[in-house]
Design a protein around this ligand. Structure first.
Ligand SMILES: O=C(O)CCC(=O)C(=O)O
Length: 272
């Protein structure tokens, strides 16, 4: 639900913090493995960000042909301060950062910003998985460490629902410290799991999940795009580069406000 009068103003930091029961969201994330902060940003603002994201995606010739398009590094094609300012409310939202800090500790770091478009009229485009860094533990036959190694803030830039493929998660599965098991393969190629739950919310909502949770994109059966941006956060002592995450280029770092710079100990050029 939205109207121009309700949603025009961007909330201040204090308003954003006061709107949410952060203790409850923290508990949900820790116990169930995910939580949704509804309508953190006004719908119009989220949709404006989504429209610009689609333009950046369309710079890639592969974009039009890919049912699940992932722009892994949203800032790579960005050149202007105007674009950086457009995306900053997602990177530095005080309520989301407060939940992140409770989950991964103080002085946590931010990883590469990804943008995803799930096209309409499609088949389920993803297999069940957990996120970085857990692939490393699987490939190296090591047990998953038993603490929150990373979380992801997934910003809904369109409405999310089961019908348009809202991210599916298996509640509490992060507690198993394992990769998804017992996936049910339907004859039409769709993969389901018992107890799966489809995250939903209006554009501007933020799903935060533990990267150890079993999850995947659903099937978008509607006639409109499903669109989001993901931002992983990890504890300060981990090295994001070692975990396959790409730091932002220095030219982008220099355009960030101080509270977002603090989330980047490294820029891409540190590694060259
Ligand atoms: O597109 C989705 O709903 C799933 C996103 C996802 O798997 C991820 O961010 O790791």
């Amino acid at each position: 639900m939205s109207t121009a009068t309700q949603t025009e103003a961007t909330p201040t930091a204090a308003e954003s913090l006061a709107r949410f029961d952060l203790e409850r969201h923290h508990r949900e994330l820790a116990s169930r493995g995910f939580t949704v902060l509804p309508q953190v940003l006004p719908r119009e603002q989220a949709e404006r960000i989504g429209a610009r994201l689609l333009e950046l995606m369309a710079l890639d010739p592969a974009f039009a042909k890919t049912p699940y398009y992932n722009l892994d590094g949203v800032f790579e094609p960005v050149t202007t301060q105007e674009d950086v300012d457009l995306f900053v409310p997602l990177l530095g939202d005080p309520a989301v950062l407060a939940v992140a800090e409770r989950a991964v500790g103080k002085e946590f770091q931010m990883s590469n910003v990804g943008g995803v478009q799930l096209k309409p009229h499609g088949m389920g485009a993803q297999c069940w998985h957990n996120d970085v860094p857990f692939g490393w533990f699987c490939h190296n036959h090591r047990p998953f460490p038993d603490f929150t190694m990373a979380i992801t803030a997934l910003w809904m830039l369109s409405d999310y629902s089961a019908a348009n493929g809202g991210t599916r998660l298996v509640p509490y599965s992060h507690k198993t410290r394992s990769t998804p098991i017992d996936v049910i393969h339907d004859p039409d190629g769709y993969h389901r799991m018992e107890h799966e739950y489809a995250a939903s919310g209006p554009a501007g909502s933020c799903l935060i999940f533990d990267n150890a949770i079993w999850h995947c994109a659903g099937r978008n059966t509607t006639s409109r795009d499903r669109l989001h941006i993901t931002i992983p956060y990890f504890p300060q002592f981990l090295d994001g580069g070692n975990l396959n995450w790409r730091p932002v280029p220095r030219r982008i770092f220099d355009m960030f406000p101080p509270h977002v710079r603090r989330l980047h100990k490294h820029v891409a050029e540190d590694r060259t």
